[in-house]
Design a protein. Structure first.
Length: 234
């Protein structure tokens, strides 16, 4: 891993001075001698939109770089872009229904489902064009979505980039997912813009069609609590 490729340009959205020559030399030396095994465990790049549990009117596009701890637990580092100078904005853990059912009722409320993200085509694995043929990539992505649709996720964002913060300020923010289109009026516009930027064309509708045959699991009642808590208290 060569850290110099990550630091040639200092993002304008972060306060601070550009990296000095000394820092670049030290980073390059460390990258040539150290072992980055935990990061090398990352095996998938996913992109979707996260919603602030405390304020569902706010959402942010998020790039997930995920790896497996075992068959029941995944962990993801979340970035604001797929570019070399992207900021880490949070973390997400994903677990199987088997583990979700072992959690206490209050803990379950912190987790969200992925059913709508998968079935709507909102959740994508950006294709590394033109390295992989479209048909092969479609098959691989659909197989991944058949697994993700079953999982429950717990997400905290540390950097509120959507409000223009130039540093990670304030307390960690619990995030959740959209569970139907009415919660995301800008969905078509935002997904179109995202697809054009990442893969050069709008493709999320076609992906939704490819996933039509993926069975929808039954979602546990305590999941997606952001969208249910007001109904419980009314």
């Amino acid at each position: 891993m060569n850290c110099d490729t990550h630091t040639k340009e200092n993002t304008t959205d972060v306060v601070g001075e550009p990296l000095s020559t000394k820092s670049k030399v030290l980073e390059t030396g460390a990258s040539l001698t150290q072992n980055f095994a935990p990061v090398k465990n990352i095996c998938a790049h996913l992109n979707a939109f996260h919603v602030y549990a405390s304020d569902p009117a706010r959402f942010v596009e998020t790039n997930h770089y995920c790896g497996h701890l075992n068959e029941d637990v995944r962990q993801c580092i979340l970035y604001d872009s797929p570019l070399p100078n992207a900021r880490i904005v949070g973390i997400e853990y994903m677990i199987t229904p088997k583990l979700y059912k072992t959690l206490d009722p209050e803990e379950r409320k912190l987790w969200h489902s992925h059913v709508f993200e998968v079935k709507s085509g909102m959740l994508i694995m950006p294709q590394p064009q033109p390295l992989v043929p479209q048909a092969a990539w479609d098959k691989a992505e659909t197989a991944e979505m058949e697994q993700v649709i079953e999982l429950y996720g717990k997400v905290y964002h540390l950097w509120q980039v959507d409000r223009g913060d130039k540093l990670p300020l304030g307390e960690p923010q619990l995030m959740t997912s959209f569970t139907n289109k009415s919660q995301f009026p800008e969905m078509e516009k935002k997904c179109d813009e995202r697809d054009e930027r990442l893969i050069g064309r709008s493709d999320w509708r076609r992906r939704a069609e490819l996933r039509a045959g993926i069975p929808e699991p039954e979602i546990e009642n305590d999941a997606d609590w952001t969208w249910k808590k007001d109904k419980e208290t009314s």
